[in-house]
Ligand binder design. Structure first.
Ligand code: ACM
Length: 542
């Protein structure tokens, strides 16, 4: 029989099986202080057991232990008479319950079960994550992801010990957040008349309207659900570039005319760094953070085409008054001003690494380092916390093999093994640089991800590997063996992952619009990214 202590995903720091088995039944007690039993009871609800506080069956004893120093650490002991789970705090208890569910039969990952007896092997686990930021970015702008799917992804994040859900809520192709003060953001910005089909912007569009947005109540619900799972939502409004949808609604905050884009790529849609724009964005951010009282807000900062600023007398005149002569300095200025606005509300700004390159940082700003490895290292050396997110190997929108039946993707391949081999805290970085590696996250850009089924296909199982890397702080080991036991858990949870052998017939590209065509070759992407990330601010015009 499989030793399930050897199959945990992510891998636990220490886990070993002991002789004997334990069965949890309708008579199993759940004991401990209310602050500990209450979250554990909720997370174990799918087992369908009453888990009363008293009784004469086996016991699940939960509690807090001040000797566990890691805030997310936990200890789990499974003996023949019961389970003991202790942690420093509720986050650790949640991770302990996740591990307990992975030790149970796969049906423990179904939403509900009619079963009343759950048998597992005895054993013990002592565990804690190596990195505090373990996340994934979902691009809900290029293709909207309905709220129900975001909630399901929160369950899947928690299943893998991922604790940051970065929601990319705005881009050229759609604005996805309600604003009561600025209703045109969604009336005009949250939909488009069609979408680009295929890899080229040659005018081939599906002419099928696409859109959607989250109400502020939806976001509050998402945040409350995330909090109950130990996941922090990191909302992103991508600024000042990637702003065509915003500018389609409120052109007065940009230059020229704009529409919600139907094709993919980098656009010239950039909001201005002028005081009236900053005041408007401050209000939009305030509405967002009132609904979503989160510690981090991502302000984007990536891929800004600053041509329109350079040609605009009002923008350049205003920047000159601030002592700034080049548009690129205005990019940093813009991010700092909005970051200060967030800081006044007690929130930390997060930016893509262009924000670091243009000086758009406050001392506690966090860098999502996507353009290779060296720009992240430079940000860490400069004393900023860095979330390592290099295209290779964290962009899970790249395809998973170069097999002929893979569906259309932006490029690739970027394999499961590539993700598993990722070293998040490189040994050749100086100690001070390594200390600033806050964590790791995957990215799922959705140009070629029209729906949640395709998202599942691209994200899993590579996110399992990423979760392992993030939790252990090192490349994954024995992942294939562990996945052999873990994929059935994903089946029970209803995840339409890519089997290790390749797509199922209905996941393949076929010979229609989803047919694979050669995209960006990963080797070239890597080379390009390493070049731009060391070339100062020249990449601002990328
Ligand atoms: C990015 O891929 N533009 C962050």
């Amino acid at each position: 029989m499989t030793d399930r202590y050897e199959t945990l995903v992510p891998r636990a720091r220490e886990a070993r099986r002991l002789p004997g088995t334990l069965t949890l039944t309708a008579d199993t007690r759940l004991t401990g202080p209310d602050e500990a039993t209450e979250p554990v009871r909720r997370l174990l609800a799918p087992l369908g057991l009453p888990l009363r506080p008293t009784g004469d069956g086996t016991e699940i004893a939960v509690g807090f232990d001040a000797t566990i120093t890691d805030p997310e650490g936990y200890r789990l002991h499974v003996g023949t008479a019961g389970v003991t789970l202790t942690a420093a705090g509720v986050d650790g208890l949640r991770h302990g319950v996740r591990t307990l569910r992975q030790l149970l039969p796969d049906a423990a990952w179904r939403a509900a079960s009619a079963g009343t007896g759950w048998t597992l092997d005895c054993g013990e686990v002592a565990d804690a994550p190596a990195l505090p930021w373990r996340g994934g970015m979902l691009d809900v702008s290029r293709h909207f992801l309905p709220k129900r799917e975001v909630l399901r992804y929160l369950d899947l994040f928690a299943m893998h010990g991922l604790n940051r859900l970065h929601l990319h809520l705005s881009d050229d192709q759609g604005w996805r957040v309600q604003s009561a003060r600025y209703p045109k953001l969604t009336e005009l910005g949250a939909h488009r008349p069609g979408s680009q089909v295929g890899r080229t912007r040659d005018g081939s569009h599906d002419h099928v309207p696409h859109g959607g947005y989250y109400t502020l109540d939806d976001l509050a619900e998402i945040n409350a659900y995330a909090t109950g799972l130990g996941v922090t939502v990191v909302p992103e409004l991508d600024l000042p570039g990637h702003a065509s949808a915003l500018l389609a609604a409120y052109p007065e905050y940009g230059i020229g005319t704009h529409r919600v884009l139907t094709g993919w790529g980098i656009s010239a849609g950039v909001v201005t760094p002028l005081p009236r724009t900053l005041a408007f964005l401050g209000e939009v951010l305030d509405e967002l953070t009132e609904a979503l009282p989160v510690p981090y807000v991502h302000l984007g900062g990536d891929e800004c085409v600053l041509r329109d600023w350079a040609a605009d007398a009002e923008v350049m005149g205003y920047l000159a008054e601030q002592g700034i002569t080049e548009p690129v300095g205005g990019h940093g200025y813009f991010l700092r001003r909005l970051g200060e606005h967030l800081a006044a509300g007690g929130r930390r700004m997060v930016v893509w690494d262009e924000g670091f390159v243009t000086g758009g940082m406050l001392p506690d700003s966090i860098v999502t380092a996507w353009r290779g490895s060296s720009v992240g290292r430079r940000a860490a050396a400069a004393g900023y916390d860095v979330v390592r997110s290099p295209v290779y190997p964290t962009y899970l929108d790249y395809d998973q093999s170069d097999g002929p039946d893979e569906p259309l993707a932006i490029g690739g391949p970027l394999t499961l093994d590539d993700v598993a081999a990722f070293d998040p805290v490189p040994a050749d970085w100086a100690a001070a640089e390594r200390e600033h590696v806050l964590g790791v996250q995957f990215q799922a850009w959705s140009e070629y991800i029209p729906d949640a089924r395709h998202l599942d296909y691209l994200v899993f199982p590579r996110a399992c590997a990423l979760a392992d890397v993030a939790w252990t702080g090192a490349p994954a080991t024995r992942l294939t063996e562990r996945l052999a036991a873990h994929l059935p858990r994903l089946d029970a949870a209803g995840v339409e992952y890519r089997p290790l052998t390749g797509p199922r017939p209905w996941q393949a590209g076929g010979d229609g619009p989803r047919r694979r065509v050669p995209g960006a070759e990963m080797a070239k992407v890597r080379e390009h990214l390493e070049q731009v990330s060391t070339s100062g601010d020249a990449e601002q015009s990328a």
